[in-house]
Ligand binder design. Structure first.
Ligand code: NDP
Length: 333
């Protein structure tokens, strides 16, 4: 069976050189353990942080070790009472075709509720991030303007649709015309800006948000945040979810300098981590799955085929190659 390991730490943009594909013996499950065959593997922007040798909310990976990822897999062999062969499960496992896990590291996925891959996207960690990040931190009110960056991504696309369900006007940024069309034609965004094709981002934000911005859900940081900042309304809320525009920076990035805007606007800026919502995870998933079944939330997945292509799929996140959730399909279900 094959695993991807961290070959070296990237400086700046990560590249294929930072990854090594190795073949190992298929692991044997011990007492209370389960052998899982990976069906889908997730690649996520936060993994860039784990490639770095620095303290952060997710522990760094060691060079030479296999990396970890959200996985949906099928139980092949079980020594735990909770699971049997054929069960579909999800958990934080290895970047591997097969992995052994403790039973208590796994959650069951019900294949009758929809495609099992959604447990890594709209009905998984990114969906829950969008749900509580928007509702708990962003706190949108009917009539508010909600602005979301990386709007066509896994988190952003759910944020925008939830904001609409809550009666907000929704504006987003994304990096291709195909994404803009998906947001405005299919997901019902009121406006969307292709930031890669816009010379005057501040002007485009101002035009798309004639009544200012009440909630800014930030996945990106950098120049998009610089353009949004001056449009914040009085008592607006800024939810800092991600800063992907800065993840490959080698220098300490400078943030928005005009913090006096926050005084004038009495705006609140708050960082969020989805892991703080363990207790309310189920509540978010229940509501999200209802919205998906009622077609009030639509989702897309960008599926790269083949375990050998997992690093490519990861690197593609920084090029904006994904519409919706970026996944690697490893085996047929
Ligand atoms: P996405 O599916 O949104 O994929 C990343 C997207 O980011 C790309 O498709 C690309 O889209 C955009 N992007 C990449 N590089 C840049 C850049 N330099 N400037 C602007 N946009 C860029 O990923 P997720 O939905 O999984 O994650 C979105 C954000 O949320 C990330 O920053 C992630 O780290 C964060 N996150 C935080 C969590 C938390 O608990 N705080 C939990 C989960 C995610 P485009 O075409 O728009 O450029």
């Amino acid at each position: 069976t094959r695993q991807w390991r961290l070959a070296s730490r990237p400086v700046g943009e990560p590249s294929m050189e930072n990854f090594e594909l190795v073949t190992v013996d298929r692991p044997e499950p011990g007492h209370d353990e389960v052998l899982v065959e990976t069906l889908y593997q997730s690649v996520d922007p936060y993994m860039r942080g784990r490639m770095r040798d620095a303290e952060s909310y997710a522990e760094p990976w060691d060079v030479g070790d296999p990396m970890k990822a959200g996985v949906v897999g099928e139980v092949i062999e079980s020594n735990a009472d909770e699971f049997e062969a054929g069960d579909v499960v999800t958990g934080d496992l290895l970047w591997a075709e097969h992995a052994v896990a403790d039973a208590d590291e796994l959650q069951r996925v019900n294949p009758d509720l929809g495609p099992v891959s959604t447990a890594l996207g709209v009905l998984g960690m990114p969906g829950v991030t969008a749900y509580w990040g928007l509702l708990d931190v962003g706190d949108p009110k009917p009539g508010d303007t909600v602005f979301v960056s990386a709007a066509a991504g896994a988190v952003g696309s759910v944020v925008g649709q939830l904001a609409q369900i809550n009666g907000a006007r929704v504006v987003g940024t994304a990096g291709s015309d195909e994404k803009i069309e998906w947001l405005t034609e299919e997901l019902g965004f009121d406006a969307a800006i292709n930031y890669k094709e816009t010379d005057d981002l501040s002007g485009a934000v101002a035009e798309a948000c004639p009544n200012g911005i009440d909630v800014y859900f930030d996945n990106v940081g950098g120049p998009i945040t610089d353009a949004v900042w001056p449009r914040l309304n009085e008592f607006s809320r800024v939810a800092i979810c991600g800063q992907i525009a800065l993840y490959n920076e080698t220098d300490v990035p400078t943030g928005p300098r005009k913090l006096a805007t926050l005084i004038e606007k009495r705006a609140k800026v708050e960082g969020l981590l989805v892991s703080d919502y363990q207790d309310r995870w189920g509540e978010a998933l229940e509501r999200l799955s209802r919205f998906v079944h009622e077609d009030e939330i639509r989702y897309r997945e960008n599926v790269v085929e083949g375990f050998e292509n997992a690093p490519d799929a990861f690197l593609g996140l920084f090029e904006g190659e994904n519409i919706g959730k970026q996944l690697v399909k490893v085996a047929d279900y």
